[in-house]
Design a protein around this ligand. Structure first.
Ligand code: ANZ
Length: 924
């Protein structure tokens, strides 16, 4: 083979890897493991574009590097295959989502295989496969059968909770439960009916059914989680979202809030992602305080993080949604207050939160009593108080809180300073400031004052110290078809689990993927969607699980993907442990990454896995943006003006398919063939060419800037694609796809090929000893790659390969000593060409079984110096001498040199001046 024929080489080695099972991973206790994982894709109908494989290429390079370093590498791939787009498509076309999903997966797999990833394809998982979701349902059942015990600080079985209730009621039980859980004795529990017992247990179960205010999206016909809603619109599709009360399954993720927070300390993730999780969890340490309402037996409970400011409270404020607000409105305030509440309630919480400019509220007419000083203070209803946070009520301290301050200013309420520094004089209340004019806490600092206040509250039974989390329990149901059915049936209106032996509960067939006429979810259309037990036949749950169910544990299934008896064998999960490197987009910062951490902690509590953090190291790759091209249509015509001339005409820009543009020059024939309406297009050219404008935008079909990796591979090969994606810039950065530089990368690979071949194109590698310079070029690259791998800096390694290959080419190096390690070095990046060269070098095993070349510092140190020898001021000789020689040694060597002797003509020099590392100067 003369030329670098990437097509032949890539096909050959992809076939070889498949046939030999090169990337098959098996447990091997004698080797250290490395688990390298990509966030698995949702197989969409559009297929992969060049942005998708960016992270996969990076993790593949690390995986292959680790193989060379002797690790047993687990590097799997699979599909997150339940989801809305397939269902939306099914609604439009009537085609079963399973069929389109299957087609999309086939396409993705083909595209991925073309890139030559070191995936162990035998481990592929699909979340929509019943053999997979059987275990998603199983985990759901374990959650239903568990509660969170605060003494043990872990999940325990609900049976053990029942045993406690039977013995001592719930008064002493420290467990996470609903806020409205009443206290009962053992006698009372034992006297409860079955229904009452089940209702009570739902308040403790880690997954439970309850009436919840949800984000309801009428256009999508389903509820959405908070992270699927952006500014009041669905993230997918941009449809309006409203707040609505519905019976919903939830996951009691709040039980794990503290552990989710602590666990962040153990993992190696970027600080911004950790910070996003911390904010999402939102832990606040503070206190709850009960205020009496004047002339009423009603009480208002507030949550405050600054109970030390309680002497500065000048009013209370309630959320407009609160029932209490309406009850406290007095007759003389009714008209204004009720009108306000009506308007405020219809604005979503999000809308109110994001709108900081509009200050609105109303006085209820009622007064509360400050328990610390007996003062009467007005009770207001205010926009800025959120119903869903804390207690939905705040004690307002306008002198020291910005929102309270703005509100008090607006309505002319009292502003009373009680800490050094105040909103009034523009200084934000510093943490730990000295408390002034505040009864029994005057003269104290914040911490001590808070402590005293809490003691006071607890002694009087009107409050306590309280830790508050912003995080809410996670809604776990969708009123949709294409998801996992919940393994639940209903008896007397209460949920029960089906038996484990009946798993998987397979998604039933329906005639249409739409809600029923009565507004029930699509599963309401299924025939015989019931569960038979010994005592009857009961309706099954109609909602399905949300998109995040299957992705919350898939990393365990890869370890043992075919197991039918358990979700994964413990020996296997113990061996593979946590994911050592997880690569994926930062858009999952709060959703997937919190849910999967939560489920891992739960499985850990159950004792079925030994790790409680799933992803040890994570890198979030930046997005590859599209580089769109534009043509400029003369308004009202079919004539297009070239970029440079467009300002002379009245034109409008139009996206044009980047695939018919090369280096910004439009291919006119392809343009005419692109769309029927362009067949008779005419052009106003510049220099005989039509030049397009360009812009960096999100890569998307509608912008015609999608580049398909298949096209790049067809033209340049997968090795070039892999190198080029890495060469584009640091992995974490956002960067535009710009094909202009790809030729350079392709040429680089041809140069690599040529190093191993002579001018006639024959494989020609010599066994001669390599020169120091050649070894130096190689070892510089080895060193750089080791450092880069430690920092996950991929683009810099590509540059160092280029430098190395350029140097070797200049030296015409064809020595095995250099070229063998060089092939190994580049194999993680360009595995196909490396395999081919490796086999040409005479190896019969895959290059993945080679060892990474050992870096030797000695090759980088400059050990010799070529001394110019000056005789009577003229350069007469050059002497290559070790830098370690002393001055007398240099002199001896110089005088012994034949050329020097010739010039000295047998005379001894009168003067010898030697500067080590610089020069030898002789005067005769
Ligand atoms: C008095 C006070 C004085 C407050 C002061 C702050 C500063 P984080 O840190 O986010 O937990 N708050 C409590 N519940 C609220 C609700 N439902 N909607 C809006 N605001 C609410 O914030 C806790 C603080 O936010 C609480 O402490 C309360 O105001 C307010 F100098 O109480 B603070």
């Amino acid at each position: 083979m003369a030329e670098y024929n990437f097509r032949e080489i890539e096909q050959k080695w992809q076939g070889y890897w498949k046939e030999k099972g090169t990337f098959k991973a098996e447990v091997d206790p004698n080797r250290p493991k490395f688990y390298s994982l990509d966030m698995f894709p949702y197989p969409s109908g559009a297929g992969l574009h060049v942005g998708h494989p960016l992270g996969y290429i990076a993790s593949d390079i690390v995986s292959r590097f680790k193989m060379l370093k002797g690790f047993n590498v687990l590097h799997p791939m699979g599909y997150d295959s339940f989801g809305l787009p397939a269902e939306q498509y099914a609604i439009q076309t009537g085609q079963h989502p399973a069929i389109t999903t299957e087609q999309n997966i086939a396409r993705y797999t083909e595209q991925l295989k073309n890139i030559g990833f070191a995936f162990d394809w035998d481990r592929e998982v699909r979340t929509s496969d019943p053999s997979y979701y059987k275990w998603t349902q199983w985990i759901f059942m374990q959650l239903f059968n568990s509660y969170y015990d605060l003494d043990a600080d872990k999940a325990l079985s609900i049976d053990s909770l029942v045993a406690k209730f039977e013995k001592e009621g719930n008064g002493k039980v420290k467990a996470v439960c609903d806020d409205d859980t009443s206290i009962f004795s053992a006698e009372e529990w034992n006297a409860f009916s079955e229904k009452e017992k089940q209702e009570m247990l739902l308040k403790y179960r880690l997954t439970f059914l309850a009436e919840t205010t949800v984000n309801w999206c009428p256009a999508l016909g389903t509820v959405l989680s908070n992270d699927e809603v952006k500014d009041g619109f669905s993230e997918r599709g941009g449809h309006p979202v409203e707040r609505k009360k519905m019976m919903q399954w939830s996951m009691r993720i709040t039980a794990y809030a503290d552990r989710l927070l602590q666990g962040l300390e153990k993992v190696d993730w970027s600080e911004p992602i950790k910070e996003m999780q911390r904010n999402w969890i939102g832990k606040s340490i503070g206190a709850e305080v009960l205020f009496d309402v004047k002339g009423s037996d009603k009480k208002i409970k507030v949550f405050t993080t600054r109970v030390d400011t309680i002497f500065g409270v000048t009013y209370l404020a309630l959320a407009p949604e609160s029932d209490l607000a309406a009850e406290l409105v007095t007759d003389d305030q009714r008209e204004t207050a009720e009108a306000y509440i009506q308007v405020a309630k219809n604005r979503s919480e999000r809308e109110r939160m994001s709108d900081v400019k509009t200050i609105s509220g109303a006085f209820t007419g009622s007064y509360a009593i400050n328990p610390f000083n007996g003062e009467e203070i007005q009770i207001w209803v205010a926009d800025y108080v959120l119903a869903g946070y804390g207690t939905g009520a705040v004690m307002a301290v306008p002198a020291h809180d910005e929102r309270d301050y703005n509100f008090a200013k607006h309505f002319g309420l009292e502003i009373r300073q009680v800490i050094e520094g105040s909103m009034e004089n523009g200084s934000f209340p510093g943490k730990g400031g000295l408390i002034i004019n505040s009864g029994f806490i005057s003269g104290l600092y914040m911490k001590e004052a808070m402590q005293k206040c809490i003691e006071f509250l607890e002694a009087k039974g009107i409050g306590k110290g309280k830790i508050q989390f912003r995080m809410r329990d996670a809604i776990f149901t969708r009123q949709r078809y294409w998801g996992e059915p919940l393994p639940v049936y209903f008896k007397d209106g209460l949920p029960y689990l089906i038996e484990e032996k009946d798993l998987p509960l397979v998604l039933p067939e329906v005639d249409k993927y739409l809600p029923t006429e009565d507004g029930e979810p699509p599963l309401g259309r299924a025939k015989d969607w019931t569960y038979k037990t010994a005592d009857g036949e009961y309706p099954l749950e109609l909602s399905t699980m949300p998109g995040w169910a299957g992705s919350s544990w898939y990393f365990f299934r890869y370890m043992d993907p075919k197991n039918e008896a358990v979700f994964a064998d413990k020996d296997k999960t113990d061996y593979w442990g946590a994911v050592d490197l997880y690569i994926g987009g930062s858009e999952h910062a709060t959703g997937h990454l919190l849910y999967s951490r939560f489920w891992t902690k739960f499985l850990y509590d159950l004792g079925v896995v030994s790790i409680d953090e799933p992803f040890q190291k994570m890198i979030n790759q930046g997005m590859i943006q599209g580089r769109s091209n534009f043509v400029y249509r003369l308004k009202g015509t079919n004539t297009f003006v070239s970029f440079g001339l467009k300002d002379q005409y009245d034109t409008s820009a139009m996206h044009v398919d980047v695939n018919i543009v090369h280096n910004d020059q439009l291919n006119l024939e392809k343009f005419k063939a692109w769309r029927p309406d362009l067949a008779d297009a005419e052009f106003i050219l510049e220099d005989g060419k039509y030049l397009c404008g360009s812009e960096v935008e999100k890569m998307s079909k509608s912008k015609y800037n999608v580049v398909n990796p298949d096209d790049i591979i067809e033209r340049y090969g997968a090795d070039t694609l892999r190198l080029y994606e890495m060469f584009l810039g640091p992995l974490e950065q956002f960067k535009p796809w710009n094909t202009n530089g790809i030729d350079g990368v392709y040429k680089f690979l041809r140069k690599v090929w040529n190093l191993y071949h002579n001018a006639a194109g024959e494989f020609a590698v010599s066994d001669e000893k390599a020169s120091k310079e050649e070894l130096k070029a190689l070892h510089k690259a080895i060193k750089k790659m080791e450092e880069d791998m430690a920092n996950y800096s991929f683009n810099t390694s590509v540059s160092s390969f280029m430098i190395c290959v350029n140097e070797l080419t200049a030296m015409k190096c064809n020595k095995r000593d250099v070229l063998e390690p060089l092939a190994v070095l580049i194999s993680p990046y360009a595995p196909h060409i490396a395999e081919e060269l490796w086999s040409l070098l005479g190896h019969s095993d895959s290059i993945t079984t080679a060892r990474f070349p050992e870096f030797k510092e000695e090759y980088l140190v400059e050990s010799n110096f070529e001394y110019p020898v000056m005789i009577n001021g003229k350069m007469r000789a050059k002497l290559d001498l070790p830098l370690s020689l002393s001055v007398p040694e240099i002199e001896n060597s110089a005088l012994a040199d034949a050329t020097v002797q010739k010039w000295l003509e047998g005379k001894a020099p009168k003067k010898v001046i030697i500067v080590p590392g610089k020069i030898v100067n002789l005067v005769v």
